[in-house]
Design a protein around this ligand. Structure first.
Ligand code: HEM
Length: 429
């Protein structure tokens, strides 16, 4: 049921930032700004959309300071009670979803986080640097060569960044080449489910309601795969994350399955969004692009600024574990509280000239990787990939970098996705 929260009753109408279709037009920065200035903790209705049933509504948190507070204070704002997506999970699926560390609170969360961090050592991740860089170079070279023999236009998403994100992740996990397309299929099903282009029409259950793509029924094939891959790694160990997880005696099978699922979705679609998102920004800001090409800015600060302006994750949800107050708004136990990362990253209370792309911005306390106990575990690997990609792109792609047509965006209030990024790499006009 969708409706107004009693604490929100009687207040002036607030702009909607929930509707996933809105994000296909772009990030609603004007609306975010209005919320930050006038309703920093704003009640949002959750009407039925695209065949998905209405929800109870939630509080949208749009200022940087409040977002950080919510993300750090897991005893007040729980990841466990209602998990971390805006849409409420089916109550029957909740115990299952809570097995994932993303959907746990300290102190339980800590145990899994420590176990899994062991597989994510900087040494292991850095081992992939050369492979990742070579992949960026060869994907770009191939895509440009192909465009030169056709119409001079290259869709950087279809020909470079989608493969780049997926293949880097499968290397890290140790997924054999022959199984790589399975991973793409699974992540599209789980993340792109609000977008008919990505997921098709929702699969319906016996009650004619769409089946949540995160329900156990939808994930069985992925879990079976995780267990058989782990068995294979025990027989044929290698220096990859699945070997490390499969050999860890403290990790149970259900934990291993869940962790595989978490990595497949957390590690692919985020980079798959960040990579073209950054390139799109460079195409829109020719001066910044030129400075990057001339090595007048450091790649490390450039990566942070591109992530600030184009955060791959748009929202994460928490549930109030107790009555509380945030920015003067009373929040009741059980209310959904949703952090809006792109809004926090453009909060003029924290970032000078927030809509400018300043590739040497420092400090840059963006929250694209979150904050608090769940801060992204893959941030080091993500940064490594983005540095290599932008480094190779600045020499491979032309100056100016011109869009051949506007990119198409994902219908999602969760992932800030680009479905196409057509750029002109050869020829005129
Ligand atoms: C630019 C790319 C990425 C972005 C923007 C990103 C963003 C995030 C964010 C915002 C969270 C916090 C979730 C919350 O607050 O509930 C998170 C958690 C996580 N990320 Fe990433 N991520 C990226 C890449 C990756 C990669 C490449 C991996 C793995 C290979 C990864 C693995 C994880 C895991 C395992 C968690 C859960 C941590 C926990 O619950 O303690 N991420 N990520």
């Amino acid at each position: 049921m969708s409706g107004q929260h009693p604490e929100a009753a009687g207040r002036a109408a607030v702009p909607d930032v929930f509707d996933p279709r809105r994000y296909a037009q772009g990030i609603p920065h004007d609306r975010y700004r209005a919320l930050r200035d006038h309703h920093p903790v704003a009640w949002q209705e959750e009407p039925e959309v695209l065949g998905w049933p209405a929800g109870t509504g939630f509080w949208a948190v749009t200022r940087h300071h409040d977002a950080v507070r919510v993300l750090r204070d897991s005893s007040t704002y729980s990841s466990y009670l209602g998990a971390t997506q805006i849409r409420d999970p089916d109550p029957d699926d909740l115990p299952f979803i809570r097995r994932m560390m993303l959907n746990q609170d300290p102190p339980h969360h800590r145990r899994l986080r420590v176990l899994v961090s062991r597989a994510f050592t900087p040494k292991r991740l850095d081992r992939f640097t050369a492979v990742v860089r070579e992949r960026a170079r060869s994907l770009l070279t191939r895509a440009i060569a192909r465009a030169q023999t056709t119409d001079g236009i290259c869709d950087l998403v279809a020909q470079v960044t989608d493969d780049y994100a997926l293949l880097n992740l499968t290397d890290l996990l140790g997924v054999p080449d022959s199984d790589r397309s399975l991973l793409l299929h699974w992540t599209q099903r789980v993340i792109g489910y609000q977008d008919p282009d990505e997921a098709g029409t929702p699969r319906l259950g016996t009650d004619a309601k769409p089946i949540n793509p995160r329900s156990p029924a939808s994930l069985r094939d992925m879990f079976d795969y995780a267990l058989s891959l782990a068995a294979h790694k025990r027989q044929h160990p290698d220096d990859d994350v699945m070997t490390a997880l499969a050999m860890d005696p403290e990790l149970t099978e259900p934990e291993l399955e869940m962790f595989f699922f978490l990595l497949v979705v957390a590690g692919n679609d985020t980079v798959r969004s960040a990579a073209p998102g950054g390139l799109h920004l460079l195409a829109q800001h020719p001066d910044a692009y030129r400075r990057l090409r001339a090595a007048e800015v450091r790649l490390t600060t450039a990566v942070e600024e591109l992530l600030r302006r184009h955060p791959p994750v748009l929202t994460f949800r928490r549930t109030a574990a107790q009555d509380t107050e945030l920015a003067g708004t009373r929040i009741r136990t059980g209310d959904k509280v949703v952090v809006f990362h792109a809004s926090a990253n453009h909060d003029e209370r924290v970032f000078h000239d927030p809509y400018a792309l300043d590739l040497s911005r420092s400090p840059n306390p963006h929250i694209s990787f979150g904050d608090g106990p769940h801060v992204c575990l893959g941030a080091h690997f993500a940064r490594l990939q983005l540095r290599a990609l932008y480094d190779e792109a600045r020499s491979a792609l032309p100056d100016p970098l011109r869009l051949a047509s506007p990119p198409r965006r994902l219908v999602s209030n969760f992932i800030n996705g680009l479905k196409t990024l057509p750029v002109r790499v050869a020829g005129s006009s």
